[in-house]
Design a protein around this ligand. Structure first.
Ligand code: IPD
Ligand code: CA
Ligand code: CA
Length: 254
């Protein structure tokens, strides 16, 4: 299948939803509720954004299913499903940190075939179609060639249940932080994959992600030359990096 038209629909749509998010972000006029705990929140902007995305995608691609963060599963047994994080970086958004993303991935029989991560504040659009490389604003991107952890800036994140679950990344963070040039926790996993893909970070790891956090970003990183491995301590946990530092990062973490 030629995904060019699909990509056009998605990139136009995320820009429309992004404009809505910016307006809300600037006005600070939105309500929120808590989800799994008092630190895991959802704003009305997350929910409306998801409805805007699903509504348009359902009209354009009526035979595709959905796995979306705020509304769950819909027809996920179909050949194609959209995997959507309507607002990745909700904590940032809710307190006023201008780092948040819209992430839309398309899976065919469980494999990611298309990914879009859009940053509403900067207008940066990261895209990939499986087998065709990764792009930032239509320019090809590649992971960097950093050779050692000492020369690397590495990203990570911490799960919302970090106070209750012992696989919370605190020990691993302590091990890596002393070995690297810098460590970052920006708070938007989809964007972490993209910064790795464009050669800003040399690596990224995180425990307990959700499918919508990485459906688009991991494809973008892989298509930019990244390698990855799932970690077994916890579901949806992974190390992703440029090929040269992978073993050093992995042996530091595990
Ligand atoms: C979260 C962010 C954060 C990561 C968490 C995610 P959300 O997503 O991507 O960087 O550390 O694991 O759940 O809740 O803002 O969509
Ligand atoms: Ca997310
Ligand atoms: Ca989200």
């Amino acid at each position: 299948m030629d995904y060019t038209k699909t990509m056009k629909v998605v990139t136009e749509l995320v820009q429309e939803v992004g404009a809505f998010q910016i307006e809300k972000f600037k006005s600070r006029a939105f309500t929120y509720e808590t989800k799994s705990s008092e630190i895991d929140i959802v704003t009305e902007v997350d929910k409306t954004s998801e409805l805007m995305l699903m509504d348009k995608l359902a009209k354009e691609f009526p035979s595709f299913g959905f796995l979306a963060e705020e509304s769950g599963e819909k027809d996920i047994d179909l050949e194609y499903i959209w995997v959507i994080d309507p607002l990745d970086g909700t904590t940032n958004f809710s307190v006023g940190v201008p780092i948040f993303a819209i992430s839309v991935g398309l899976q065919k029989n469980g494999d990611s075939v298309l990914g879009v991560v859009y940053m509403p504040v900067t207008g940066d659009m990261y895209t990939s179609i499986k087998g065709s490389g990764a792009y930032k604003n239509n320019k090809k991107i590649q992971v960097n060639k950093t050779n050692t952890l000492r020369e690397s800036v590495i990203a990570t994140g911490f799960p919302y249940d970090r106070a209750e679950n012992v696989v919370n990344n605190v020990n691993e963070f302590t091990k890596v932080v002393t070995k690297v040039k810098g460590i970052r926790r920006l708070g938007a996993a989809a964007y972490d994959f993209c910064l790795l893909a464009e050669g800003v970070y040399a690596g990224y790891w995180e425990y307990g992600l959700k499918p919508w956090d990485y459906a688009a970003g991991l494809l973008i990183a892989i298509e930019a030359g990244a390698v990855y491995e799932m970690m077994t301590k916890r579901d949806h946990s992974m190390i992703v990096s440029n090929p040269t530092i992978f073993n050093e990062l992995k042996s530091t973490l595990i």
